[in-house]
Structures are given as C-alpha cells and as structure tokens.
Design a protein around this ligand. Structure first.
Ligand SMILES: CC(C)(COP(=O)(O)OP(=O)(O)OC[C@H]1O[C@@H](n2cnc3c(N)ncnc32)[C@H](O)[C@@H]1OP(=O)(O)O)[C@@H](O)C(=O)NCCC(=O)NCCS
Length: 179
C-alpha cells in the first residue's frame, strides 16, 4: 500500500475506514441493496444494482468524504460526511456537514456504527467543521440510539426524500456543535 492511501485510512479499535474503489461496487450493492437497510437511508435505491453502486462510488459531491467500513478485510458498511447548505441562504456553509452511515444487516447490534461514526465525528472536528448535522427516519430507533450515543441533540423533524421508498418520510433531525 502506498503512503498516500495509507494516510487516507482511519483506524478504530476494530475497523478500518478506507477509501472506496470501483472494485467495491458489487459488495456495496449486495450489502446495501437489502430493503431493511436501503429503506432507512435517503439515497440508496431499492433494488440497488452493481452499476448504481459503481456510479455512486465515482460520483461524490464536492467536498464529500466517504469511507468504506472494513472489518478484518471485509467491507461491512460505509460512512462519511458532506458539506450542507444553510437553508436560509442556499450556499454551502463552510462550517456545516451532514454525517451518514450504514452497516450491513449481518453486522448490526455489535457497536460498529457507533465506532465508525465516532471516528467520522472526530474527523469532522479535526477538519474544523463546527456544526454537525444528522438525521434518521422516524421508524429507525437504532439510528436514533447511535446519534444519542455520539452526543447529538434532537432538534426537530422535517420531511425527507427516501429513494428506496420513493416518497417523503418524516425524518428526525439532530445537531452537534463541535467544541
Ligand atoms: C442504524 C445502523 C447504522 C445501526 O448500526 P449498528 O452497528 O447496529 O449500531 P450500534 O450497534 O453501534 O448501535 C445500535 C444501537 O441501537 C440499539 N437498537 C437497535 N435496534 C433498536 C430498536 N429497535 N429500538 C431501540 N434501540 C435499538 C442497539 O441496542 C444499540 O444501542 P446500545 O448500544 O445502547 O445497546 C444500522 O442498523 C443500519 O445501517 N441501518 C440502515 C441504514 C441506516 O439506518 N443508516 C443511518 C441513517 S441514514
């Protein structure tokens, strides 16, 4: 592994958060293209083809930071953050990011989302982002629990598009002011 790639990997006690490559598309489509997972996210379609996963890997938005979550050499999820706009202004806010994460169903309930997202929050702070935002659909108590464990505060709700469900869904919204 070259030095640049090694420096892009975040390690946690059990996980490696590493950049994705095109070779991950099939695994991502397999793991994320499960209804119980995709339907809880805003952006993952259902069904989810390898070609769609390919496009997602290659098409990150400006400033978007995405890492695959690897457990002992196996990709089990993804996490990251992206800059978001202030609602009142429509411009990207230098300070604000939205964080996101998913873990494959076979690996739920072992603390992996909390462990990976804790590292993502630390990375946001290290990069100087002061306002961290996150959310979950109203029927996703596991993600609520992850956000509370990370230290996010519930600030309200809004309707949010769900690509898999193809409709707007009530999303609970959370914020953290980085100290
Ligand atoms: C939400 C998700 C990331 C959680 O992953 P995970 O690795 O299982 O999370 P963790 O093990 O770190 O923590 C889950 C917590 O939720 C709790 N939990 C799980 N199911 C729950 C339920 N039905 N009701 C209440 N709490 C629940 C667990 O007990 C745990 O809390 P604890 O540590 O206090 O016991 C995973 O289920 C997932 O990827 N879901 C689909 C995609 C998604 O929702 N992404 C986030 C929103 S965009």
């Amino acid at each position: 592994m070259d030095d640049k790639r090694a420096s892009e990997i975040i390690t946690t006690p059990r996980l490696s958060l590493r950049p994705l490559t095109n070779d991950d598309a099939a695994r991502i489509a397999e793991v994320a293209g499960v209804w119980e997972l995709a339907s809880m996210t805003a952006r993952i379609p259902y069904p989810y083809s390898e070609e769609q996963a390919h496009q997602w890997i290659g098409g990150s938005a400006p400033g978007e930071f995405v890492r695959g979550i690897e457990l002992q050499g196996t990709l089990i999820g993804c996490c990251g953050f992206m800059p978001i706009a202030r609602e009142s202004e429509g411009n990207h806010d230098e300070q604000s990011v939205e964080i996101g994460y998913w873990i494959g169903k076979d690996y739920w309930g072992r603390g992996f989302a909390t462990e990976a997202a804790t590292a993502i929050v630390a990375e946001c702070k290290r990069r100087g982002f002061s306002h961290l935002h996150a959310g979950h659909f109203h029927d996703n108590p596991a993600s609520a629990r992850v956000l509370i464990k990370l230290g996010f505060k519930h600030v309200g709700h809004k309707d949010w598009w769900g690509e898999a469900r193809q409709c707007n869904i009530r999303a609970e919204r959370y914020e953290m002011i980085a100290s």
